[in-house]
Design a binder for this molecule. Sequence first.
Ligand SMILES: Cc1cc2nc3c(=O)[nH]c(=O)nc-3n(C[C@H](O)[C@H](O)[C@H](O)COP(=O)(O)OP(=O)(O)OC[C@H]3O[C@@H](n4cnc5c(N)ncnc54)[C@H](O)[C@@H]3O)c2cc1C
Length: 434
Amino acid sequence: MGVRTEVPVCDVLVIGAGPAALAIAAALAERGVAVRGVAPLDPASPWANTYGIWGPEVDALGVQELLEHRWSDCRSDFRAPMPSNASPSDRESTPLATTFHGVDYGLFDRARLQRHWLESCRAAGMVWDQAEASAIAHDRHGSCVSSRDGRQWRARLVIDASGHQPVFVRRPDEGPVAGQAAYGIVGTFTAAPVEPGQFVLMDYRSDHLSAAERQAGPPTFLYAMDLGDGRFFVEETSLALAPPVPYAVLQERLMRRLAHRGVGVAAVEHEEFCLFPMNTPLPDLSQQVVGFGGAASLVHPASGYMVGSLLRRAPALAQAITEGLLDPALDAPALAQHAWRALWPLELRRKHALYRFGLEKLMRYPEDQLRLFFRTFFSLPTNQWYGFLTNTLSLPELIAAMLRLFAVAPWSVRFGLMQQQGRELQLLLRLFKP
Ligand SMILES: Cc1cc2nc3c(=O)[nH]c(=O)nc-3n(C[C@H](O)[C@H](O)[C@H](O)COP(=O)(O)OP(=O)(O)OC[C@H]3O[C@@H](n4cnc5c(N)ncnc54)[C@H](O)[C@@H]3O)c2cc1C
């Protein structure tokens, strides 16, 4: 007779151990839910990505101590390239040379952020199993997950937080998905790539490229920061494109940009290869497995940010699940519906539709129009551009910000906003039927 192995049973099984998995596991554990995790690596193993966030977001959440850096000198540069015969004074007198954001920006201490969530999990005695989930079967009472190495788990609800290409969550195919791609270096340089104490969100200057290269695209920008002690992080970034801009192009552009400003790389401490989907459709909200994080399309489709959303949205989702688990009228499929509705209520779905529409437009802009667009965008009142980027405006406020942008934008940008190309109209109509 074979040896029978017990299948672990829990209320909620979380798949993954990235920021999304830890955020939702911690919020459930804090509410006394019996939660278990499954991920290929130890959940305490270091994360590779660097995560940035706007200062007021961490202030509002009361988690300022999770930042390792915070900058108040935050700026962008949307200057157009000058003709080659322009004098230095012409260059300096370009109107609106630098955009000062007037809002702090921060970089998470990754290890601290991870510990912040893991401590809540540990305090509740949560168990993490090391395995790669590969199959799921549902019934009225819950779901059964199997791993590649033949183990199984049973739970009333499964949360798939396995990232942007989720193992279980299904999303409709709505055509090409744009990727944000970036190549970055943390290191030391022969000269400072940005001023001391400075954070640069978007440096869209492109005078290091030839006119033909600028015409051919794709537009890319520098995201850079002073990390102190002579260390800097510089990253050449493509906001979004389908197919994404290859790393080799970004790396070459970064080196040329730096060289053009007389900056050489002295020592590389870490290279960041960044690629994630920006405008994924919403998942099918009727499925019995619930998603969170990249798996549930939580990335802001117009900015690429997500960690602030995880911190804001995990408690509400965890609360809805906790209440759902206590409701005897909810079988497992109904519990999953209840959770999906809490994660993606109508207003957030409508805003997601507007953001996807907005990104679709931006991806069509040539470099000069894109620069004008961003210059106009950051000239909006702070609460409007900040609320847009952090997804903290209500739907009417978001529409008001978009209308104001249209009203104050230069004609070339306005014209681009009015033209409906490809699937833009279809995406805009989702506002009414998300
Ligand atoms: C380089 C980079 C930089 C970024 N910078 C920022 C930023 O500055 N600010 C910001 O807000 N956002 C940023 N993002 C976007 C987003 O916040 C990140 O992509 C974030 O890591 C997504 O979190 P996640 O937990 O959903 O997925 P992931 O971080 O991808 O984690 C997925 C987890 O699931 C596990 N897993 C995968 N498959 C399975 C399986 N079959 N079974 C079990 N477990 C599985 C993985 O091992 C991993 O633990 C960045 C993204 C990248 C790639």
